[in-house]
Design a protein around this ligand. Structure first.
Ligand SMILES: [Zn+2]
Ligand SMILES: [Zn+2]
Length: 354
């Protein structure tokens, strides 16, 4: 696009920085404004045009005759019939859970809200965002699958933050062999609320709660002494996607729990279409979630692991994973007294989110 143009609007029409990888930075809100100025309201309206009007427009646009269109329609119908038949021959091998997930996703397609006030406004933008697994877990080092979310331009960054489910938020830290009943109430998310997003030189800190700390400060100070360009900061809760300047396709950062770092990539920004989920209440819309294999109890091999023990004379290996039942049965008497010496750490299986 007009790279040598000096008008502000044109600077915010994304162009590739690296072909097919990422764009140059642009301001999301201005990009949307440029769109809305260029298009007619009828172009992004949710109203469906009747078939006659659509046909006439198509014929006009393609420069073909009306009977060519009829011919095309006939061929398409035949192809569709063949395809549908072929579809019935294929045996679906995907699992029940995948099936359910696909179904969930297609349920949201074109969904209208029960209450008209929840309708996503015409001309709203939808961002597709990939959130990758953190690299701190050994098992995610080589495969880094992710979750994909659709967010609206009017969403604030805290909406994204709250939609990211990461097992480190649910990790329970501490040794609880003496008081196993106390463990589940102590969740990291309640204790360590600080977090930030990083986009284009700006750290967006979650400062909603009094106990939140500005955890970007260390990085900003460190960068100052290292001859980096200066970094700015802002509040996550005061920033919506329209306010952001970013590159589409470029890896940014979400950091929480001190050192749990996720790569965040905005893969697409577009205007809402009538076939999108138009119920504002269903956003942030989860459209993809990678499923993780669960780790089973080392004793019964049936239930999901819930406790990790070390220095444990009852365990076949060290550390060892137990389900709630086997853990209690092996390590405590009927009155709940601890038997022998061992350490026990609550364990949250990443598969618990499937
Ligand atoms: Zn995390
Ligand atoms: Zn078990």
């Amino acid at each position: 696009m007009a790279a040598n143009s000096t008008s502000n609007t044109d600077e915010n029409i994304p162009v590739f920085e690296y072909n097919d990888i990422n764009t140059k930075p642009f301001h999301v809100g201005s990009f949307r404004t440029a769109w809305l100025e260029k298009l007619q309201p009828v172009d992004y309206s949710y109203e469906e045009k009747d078939e006659e009007t659509r046909d006439a427009e198509f014929v006009n646009e393609m420069g073909i005759a009306a009977d060519t269109l009829d011919e095309l329609k006939g061929i398409c119908r035949q192809r569709k019939k063949k395809q549908d038949y072929k579809g019935t021959l294929r045996i679906d091998k995907i699992s029940r859970v995948d099936h359910y997930q696909n179904e969930l996703e297609s349920l949201a397609v074109g969904k209208r809200p029960d209450n008209p006030s929840d309708l996503v406004p015409e001309g709203e933008i939808i961002l597709s965002i990939n959130v990758l697994y953190p690299a701190i877990f050994e098992r995610f080092k080589y495969v880094r699958p992710h979750m994909t979310l659709h967010m609206l331009g009017s969403h604030s960054l805290v909406d994204l933050r709250d939609a990211i489910c990461c097992i480190s938020d649910l990790q329970v830290f501490g040794e609880f062999s003496n008081t196993p009943d106390m463990a589940p109430d102590f969740l990291s998310k309640d204790h360590f609320k600080s977090a930030f997003f990083y986009f284009e030189g700006v750290f967006y800190n979650d400062m909603r709660y009094p106990e939140c700390q500005d955890i970007s400060e260390t990085s900003i100070e460190w960068a100052k002494t290292r001859d980096f360009p200066p970094f700015a900061k802002a509040k996550m809760e005061d920033t919506c996607f329209y306010d952001l300047t970013l590159k589409v396709g470029y890896p940014y950062l979400f950091c929480h729990q001190g050192d749990c770092e996720h790569v965040v990539i905005v893969t697409d920004i577009r205007l809402a279409h009538r076939d999108d989920c138009l119920d504002r209440k269903l956003y942030p819309l989860l459209t993809h979630k990678h499923r993780v294999l669960t780790r089973k109890c080392a004793v019964c091999h049936v239930y999901i692991g819930r406790w990790l023990t070390t220095n444990d004379p009852f365990a076949p290996n060290d550390p060892c994973l137990f389900c709630e039942r086997c853990f209690r049965m092996l390590h405590y008497d009927q009155a709940g007294n601890k038997l022998g010496h061992f350490m026990a750490y609550p364990y949250v299986d990443p598969g618990a989110f499937n």
